[in-house]
Design a protein around this ligand. Structure first.
Ligand code: MAN
Length: 366
């Protein structure tokens, strides 16, 4: 186990106000993070449910939004839950007639942090960080931020009833104006993480497609692009483990944007292990992989065991228990060997912890 050098709970649901009187904030989690000047900026996911949530164990109040004259308007669909969906688990998409619907809607809020990432300075609500397109009816989720040649690129999940779950791209240079570039990895695709520089003249990303036909277990793929919009050259990187009980036997997905080290690109990824057939969500832990600097598709090292797992109260219990979900990473200002990792805890709150890069590198199986 690699020691956490420091740790702090940064944000809780109580720190955020609902955006509508009928809503309540149920989670603040999965932040995208980057250094901006002498501070750190975080875009954090806020999930809100309708106050009535699931009624009589039968009706789902599913919130969604549309844009009317540039303003967000909410609707709440009251839909009968399919009786065959025994779980009634409001944390997961619920089965209604013929499809699934979410019990919550997500948007992002901006958080200014101190240079070391351990203190919250200000929380800012920005209208561009809400679902604003047809693809974003059920909101925007799980952003990752990568600084490439002076522009901050934000990959995020767009959720809609018509098109499903896709990954889109936004960019900004100042965190005041945001430009939307549309969907870059269509349905269903999540955990899209961009590399911070071009390699051999092309941009690189990890992504994780999923879909209706479970012909294989979920896997991390890599793609490259000449312009960050058109992605090709898809390659297999890492599949969920075949052997049951493995820490990423249930699911696997990229976590934080890769960090450049002398030994290669260091990427923290998450894995899911199901506790049994009746466990719909599983235990989320994280490890790292290292890929060659000039050939990022060549994996040269990987964690045999997760070095990052739920241990604090705020990670063990919450909306979804036993979840650490790392999505942001920033190198320490002074100490090159330290990285601050930002992550969602139990789908409820956001925390930061610090690791030594050399310790992570030394722990990898080569
Ligand atoms: C999963 C989870 C949720 C998310 C939906 C839609 O169920 O990751 O947090 O809202 O997918 O993306």
């Amino acid at each position: 186990m690699i020691e956490r050098l420091n740790a702090e709970l940064l944000l809780k649901t109580e720190d955020f106000k609902p955006t509508h009187p009928d809503f309540r904030v149920i989670g603040v989690f999965n932040p995208g993070v980057e250094r901006v000047g002498d501070e750190i900026i975080m875009l954090v996911r806020i999930a809100q449910a309708h106050k009535s949530g699931i009624e009589e164990n039968k009706w789902l109040n599913s919130p969604r939004s549309t844009l009317v004259d540039g303003e967000i308007q909410y609707q709440v669909d009251r839909i009968e839950i399919d009786p065959s969906d025994g779980a009634r688990d409001h944390r997961k998409p619920l089965l209604v007639t013929g499809y699934r619907r979410l019990a919550f809607i997500s948007h992002l809020e901006m958080v200014r942090l101190s240079p070391d990432g351990y203190k919250v300075r200000e929380i800012i609500r920005h209208p561009e960080l809400f679902g604003r397109t047809d693809w974003e009816e059920y909101g925007v989720e799980d952003p990752r931020i990568t600084l490439i040649d002076g522009t901050y690129y934000i990959t995020y999940v767009s959720v809609s009833g018509k098109m499903g779950v896709a990954t889109s791209l936004m960019s900004t240079t100042d965190f005041t104006h945001f430009e939307r570039h549309g969907v870059i990895f269509p349905c269903e695709n999540k955990d899209v993480v961009l590399f911070p520089e071009k390699i051999g003249g092309r941009y690189y990303a990890f992504h994780r497609p999923a879909g209706h036909i479970d012909i294989r277990k979920l896997a991390i793929l890599m793609a490259s692009s000449p312009n960050l919009i058109d992605w090709g050259e898809h390659r297999f990187i890492l599949g969920s483990q075949e052997e049951p009980g493995g820490w990423y036997s249930g699911k696997v997905g990229a976590g934080t944007p890769p960090v450049k080290t002398e030994e290669g690109w260091l990427s923290i990824f998450h894995g899911v292990r199901y506790r049994g057939a009746a466990d719909p969500i599983g235990v989320y832990t994280a490890g790292a992989m290292l890929s060659a600097l000039d050939e990022p598709e060549r994996i040269v090292g990987i964690s045999r065991e997760p070095f990052f797992r739920a241990q604090e109260d705020y990670e063990v219990s919450g909306y979804v228990k036993d979840v650490v979900f790392p999505t942001g990473i920033v190198r320490d200002f002074e100490d090159e060997d330290k990285v601050h990792v930002f992550y969602g805890c139990a789908d409820s709150s956001v925390a930061v912890t610090t690791f030594s890069v050399s310790e992570i590198l030394a722990s990898l199986q080569r």
